[in-house]
Each structure stands twice: as C-alpha cells, then as structure tokens.
Ligand binder design. Structure first.
Ligand code: ZN
Length: 262
C-alpha cells in the first residue's frame, strides 16, 4: 500500500492486454481478468468502494462478473484485497492466497477483508482453470506472502510471458533492520529481487499501474501499437531501479538502526 492518489478510485477503460488476459482495474489499482472456457480468474479486488467500477469494466468487455471462478491477490493490503470477501460471496469464486498472507487475508480488522481462504498457496504452486495455468511466485518483503503471478499468454501465433509483479516496494514506516514482527524482512526482499530477475518477461504488469506505465502504454495501444504492453527492457530496468532503492534504504537503516523508511 503506497501513498493514496486520485487514480486509485478512478474508472479506467477496460481492455485486452493480450490473448485471454484483460485489464479491469482502476486508473492505478490493477485488476486482471483471465478468461477461460470454464469461467474467469480475477487477480485482486481493490477496495470495496471500487467494486462497482470493476464490475462495470468486466461488463464492458462482455464478460459476466458471476462467471468469476477463482480469485487471487497480489498481496494482503487493502488497496488490492479489501473487497475479496464480497466478490467471493457474490460469485462463489474460490479465494486462493499465499500461506504467509493468510492471517491478514482472513483478518476482519478495520480495512481487512475478513475473507475465507479456500486454498492456501505455496511458492511455485500452479492455479489452473480451463486449460490455463498461472504460477504463484513467493516474492516477500512488502508483505510476508506477497505474490508475483506469471502465465503464458497465447496471442495469435506468439506466446508471451506475462509477469504481474506483487510489489517490490519498501513503504514508508517499514523497518528493515531490527524488525521484531518481521526479522527476516530484508533477506526476503533480497530473495524477491533474485526471483524477479529470474523471470522471463514479455508483458510487464503489476499490482499498480504506475509500476509499468499503464496510462502511457494504454494510449500507445489506442494509438495503434499492439505491442505497447510488451516491454522486457522496461521490466528489467524497473526491477533494477527498485532493487537499488531497496539496497540504499537497507544500507541507511543499517547505519541508523530503528530509523524506519520515510
Ligand atoms: Zn501494498
């Protein structure tokens, strides 16, 4: 959960990213729909207040919200998951969450979804529907169970590797050194960057549109560029920049133990 901004709750045109992968999120809080013959998979719910916008986007594409069979999340922060229990109740979708984010996902504390998780996921688990497979990669640090999703998208004659980054961000207030609630947090970020650097990527996507330049690329696509979201260089540059930001903050905190990120 980063700094709130007006894009979080703003409607954004629903569109096909490639193949059977669609964008149905807001102007910054990304929600993905994977369409299959057995129904749809949704990744993220955003806040409860955003659900009407997401439902509208699903309908704009000609899909049915009621056909949601599986619900996944990037990580257990309200801007991505506050509405999961509502979606699960309204559609009967099976909610699947990485083990280390389970408690937060099932928590009914203010701002938490209080959802029932139907399947507990572990690193490398495959989620499958209608012949399509998504792989759950544990990329912890931002949350203990932060998940990066990958899938292969058939787009005409080509097969594209999609990467939906969970979050590599060190949020304001995060303690990377001497964190009693999460002692291994810094080592987890290190693991996360190793994983992110190992993933083949054509379609660079993520939990927030700002990660991958949603608006600019959407305009390029509207302008006639069918490859606007294919950006392997952008992905590598983004991961490198996020890693160096993390390492700089980690080094600062090692010099100043107990001084959280700003
Ligand atoms: Zn977050």
């Amino acid at each position: 959960m980063g700094q709130a901004n007006s894009d979080w709750h703003a409607k954004f045109p629903a569109f096909r990213i490639a193949g059977n992968l669609y964008y149905v999120g807001t102007a910054d809080l990304a929600v993905y729909l994977i369409n299959t013959v057995q129904g749809n998979i949704l990744i993220n719910s955003d806040y409860k207040q955003d659900l009407p916008v997401i439902k509208q986007s699903i309908a704009e594409l000609g899909f049915k919200y009621a056909d949601t069979k599986i619900l996944l999340i990037s990580h257990a922060h309200g801007d991505h998951d506050e509405g999961t229990a509502v979606i699960a109740k309204e559609t009967g979708a099976k909610l699947m969450v990485m083990e280390a984010d389970l408690l937060d996902e099932e928590s009914a504390a203010p701002g938490r979804p209080g959802a029932h998780v139907d399947r507990v996921l572990h690193d490398g688990d495959v989620v499958e529907l209608g012949g399509y497979k998504l792989v759950a990669h544990l990329t912890p640090g931002h949350t203990k169970g932060c998940t990066t999703w990958t899938m292969q998208v058939s787009d005409g004659p080509r097969t594209l590797n999609a990467v939906i980054v969970g979050s590599p961000n060190v949020n304001p207030g995060y303690l990377l050194v001497g964190n009693k609630q999460y002692p291994q947090i810094a080592d987890d970020y290190v693991k996360t960057f190793t994983v992110l650097k190992s993933l083949p990527c054509d379609l660079f996507l993520g939990a927030h549109g700002a990660y991958f330049g949603l608006k600019t690329k959407y305009e390029k696509m509207k302008g006639g560029d069918p490859n606007a979201f294919i950006d392997p260089e952008g992905y590598r540059a983004y991961v490198a920049e996020r890693e160096s930001t993390f390492r700089t903050e980690w080094a600062r905190q090692q010099q100043n133990p107990g001084s959280p990120a700003k």
